[in-house]
Design a binder for this molecule. Structure first.
Ligand code: ADP
Length: 280
């Protein structure tokens, strides 16, 4: 059968269990929050598994409920408006539901990724969904939509990137339980890299060590450490036969810095570390 490549927002949800390795008790917390209808906030650096966790939990909730409800992801940005979330009338006169309204109507999981990028006046739209009212008012339709029991609200952001001007209001923050994400322990990260990059344990272990060294350079020239995602990418290159140093440069170091000085200072150390793990 031909693989489905296009989904309506109202239909998309993972159809098989996404691979997710628990890092620090987050599955239980998310399950209890869901049972208690408390919205969930995921905080942590990029590439450390927040989106994968949301996919995994969306799958689990559907399994538990015996229903396929959508996972609706909104990538927030500063031009996002309340109407983008709720919906608007098209020129044809038909009302088109926005993603938040779709998630509410279908009882799915609404995930606002990088939520601090959206303007605060846009984000207040989710306030009535994020407390015990669990409603969304769509003024243009003159209607109030009550979220079904299966609906849940999730947001994520990276507190490390935000300037003082970009933050959530306390009235937004204090609607959520917050789960802090960080880089996984070496053992867990090794297993994630093995599985996702399709490489053997010793190579994944080496990449984990290389990642740890680069993370130590954060603040000493590097704005951000190497995420698990980058280590996986390096692993994929190595699996394809690209030399480990070139793979680590292209997949790990080049993406994280544009600063020539920082690049040089970290590069020499990186080259030494890569050679120590992958002797030629
Ligand atoms: P974020 O949303 O935090 O930016 P992602 O969820 O996109 O990060 O994670 C990046 C990649 O790292 C994922 O696609 C997945 O391959 C891998 N990954 C990170 N953490 C985990 C984990 N705990 N279990 C399984 N895969 C993970």
């Amino acid at each position: 059968m031909k693989k489905q490549l296009e989904w309506k927002i109202s239909e998309y949800s993972p159809d098989s269990e996404p691979f997710y390795m628990e890092v620090n008790g987050e599955i239980r917390l998310a399950e209890e929050a869901y049972a208690e209808k408390i919205p969930v906030m995921l905080k942590g650096p990029t590439g450390c598994g927040k989106s994968r966790f949301v996919q995994y939990m969306a799958y689990r909730f559907n399994q538990k409920n015996g229903r396929r409800t959508p996972l609706v992801t909104v990538n927030c940005h500063e031009d996002l408006t309340a109407d983008d979330l709720k919906g608007r009338y098209l020129l044809s006169g038909k009302f088109e539901d926005g993603p938040a309204l779709v998630a509410v109507k279908k009882g799915g999981l609404l995930y606002l990724d990088e939520v601090v990028e959206a303007r605060q006046d846009t984000i207040v739209v989710i306030h009535p969904l994020g407390d015990d009212r669990r409603i969304m008012t769509v003024e243009r339709l003159g209607k109030v939509f009550e979220a079904p029991d299966t609906f849940s609200l999730w947001v994520s952001y990276n507190p490390g990137y935000q300037k003082k001007t970009k933050d959530l209001k306390q009235s937004t923050k204090q609607r959520f339980v917050a789960i802090n994400f960080s880089y996984p322990s070496k053992d867990i990260e090794t297993q994630i890299i093995m599985k996702e990059a399709g490489i053997e344990q010793s190579t994944a272990q080496a990449l984990t060590q290389i990642g740890a060294k680069i993370r130590n350079a954060k603040g000493k020239g590097l704005e951000e450490g190497a995420s698990t995602r980058l280590l996986i990418n390096a692993g994929k290159f190595i699996r394809k036969g690209i030399s480990p140093l070139v793979a680590c440069e292209a997949a790990i170091l080049n993406p994280i810095t544009d600063d020539v000085e920082a690049y040089r200072s970290v590069h020499d150390g990186l080259a030494d570390v890569v050679r120590s793990f992958f002797p030629e």
